[in-house]
Design a protein. Structure first.
Length: 125
């Protein structure tokens, strides 16, 4: 991982979203988020490792075969970082979902809060 604490936190965040099993998600969430860490976007608002792991499992169920990828640099100052991402299909490289997140880091370098914004979402059929 990067020596840059913002890039390290974001790398751990993506490890959680892309973890291949329920156990791996739980471990990655614990590594990425503080105990009472939270996540809020237009579709969800959850706090705590168990709820965050369930949120990630739900996204993985909805988008099987997709991977969250960083799209651009991580920008940080003080205890804040911002970055953009895409949800990319392994099958065809399409990215139907994209967003931008702002994270606040806890003292230990893990994520305290994620504020997520959805920049591109699929339209309902």
């Amino acid at each position: 991982m990067s020596e840059n604490r913002y890039e390290t936190a974001v790398a751990r965040y993506f490890e959680a979203w892309n973890a291949p099993s329920e156990q791996a998600v739980a471990e990655a969430v614990a590594a990425a988020w503080s105990e009472d860490g939270g996540y809020t976007d237009p579709l969800a608002s959850d706090t705590g490792h168990e709820a965050l792991a369930a949120l990630i499992a739900g996204a993985q169920e909805r988008f099987p075969g997709f991977t969250f990828t960083l799209s651009g640099p991580v920008d940080g100052h003080h205890d804040l970082a911002r970055f953009s991402w895409e949800l990319v299909s392994a099958a065809d490289g399409s990215a139907p979902v994209a967003g931008s997140d702002v994270i606040t880091l806890a003292e230990d370098g893990r994520i305290a809060v994620v504020q997520g914004f959805l920049d591109r979402v699929p339209t309902a059929p």
